[in-house]
Design a protein around this ligand. Structure first.
Ligand code: PDD
Length: 286
């Protein structure tokens, strides 16, 4: 069956889906995106993703292409039309199509909206989690507003490519000696005191929706969380390390730059948190 995409009001075969070459997303990366997870027909953390979608659009003064109510319908339809039960839904809005010129075009230009869905298998993710992933480190050369989920991702893809070439699943980004986050995930460690440590929210990281729900899970489990910067040395000396994102849920990190974390296997607290996160999302969705 052909895959189906949503493009500006129409559902079209993915192979025929396209945007105008003067779309400002294509020319300036002038747009925002979200990646939402659907498991067994239920969106996980949907409200959080929609809220961040709105915040990113507002931060860049891009109008909402359609209302959140309409967007939810399209999100569901794109999953249904691709006959998927579990999926990753990608949605992207750009400032629209206009002759190339740096200033914003006038209000007559409508934002563009595109959605796609691809299969997700929780079992596959669980299998990867049972082994854990390796990360490398790379300098954080991104701009000063990475809290906006912009489609401008060159530093992220360069570091991810370096990770892939090194046989690692993610690169943790270093700024002024601190680990900010991964190229497409948030970074966490469990320190010697058994506390969870993750970079505080602000302009230097993307405030992950998975991160937010996991903070709630940790509180329910009475695990102490400290939202503060940690160094690469802290990470190397950690008992456990993991990353979070809609695509990875809670994913153990077993090596950083070839150094084993703990005993080099997924940590017990990490796995408890992964289970708690999955339980919480299922409970919220159901
Ligand atoms: N990335 N930090 C960055 C830089 C990200 O790109 C992402 C998500 C996260 C985690 O956010 P969340 O928990 O809301 O998924 C943190 C998506 C999945 C992507 O770019 O594919």
């Amino acid at each position: 069956m052909a895959q189906i995409a949503y493009v500006n009001g129409a559902y079209v075969p993915l192979s025929e889906a396209g945007v105008n070459i003067e779309d400002r997303g294509y020319q300036f990366a002038d747009g925002v995106y979200e990646v939402c997870l659907v498991v067994d027909g239920q969106f996980w953390d949907e409200a959080g993703h929609l809220a961040r979608w709105g915040r990113s659009l507002d931060a860049l003064s891009i109008r909402r292409p359609i209302s959140d109510r309409a967007l939810k319908i399209v999100m569901n339809q794109v999953v249904r039309k691709n006959r998927l039960d579990s999926a990753l839904v990608y949605m992207q809005a750009t400032r629209g199509v206009a002759p190339r010129n740096h200033p914003f075009p006038g209000d007559a230009v409508s934002p563009s909206l595109v959605l796609t869905a691809r299969r997700f298998r929780l079992e596959n993710s669980n299998q990867i989690a049972a082994r854990g992933v390796n990360v490398i480190t790379a300098p954080d050369i991104r701009w000063a507003r990475v809290d906006i989920k912009s489609i401008s991702l060159l530093p992220n893809i360069l570091a991810k490519e370096a990770a892939q070439r090194a046989g690692a699943g993610e690169a943790w980004l270093l700024r002024d000696g601190a680990v900010t986050e991964g190229t497409s995930s948030n970074a966490w460690i469990v320190n010697a005191a058994g506390e969870l440590v993750t970079h505080p929210k602000g302009h230097a990281i993307l405030g992950g929706i998975t991160r937010e729900t996991l903070l709630h899970c940790a509180a329910s489990l009475q695990i102490k969380v400290v939202e503060k910067q940690f160094s690469l040395a802290d990470a190397m000396a950690a008992r456990e390390a993991f990353l979070t994102s809609a695509t990875n849920l809670v994913m153990p990190v077993v090596k950083i730059d070839e150094k084993k974390i703990g005993d080099g296997r997924p940590g017990p607290l990490t796995m408890r948190l992964r289970e708690a996160y999955i339980r919480e999302c299922r409970a919220r969705a159901g």
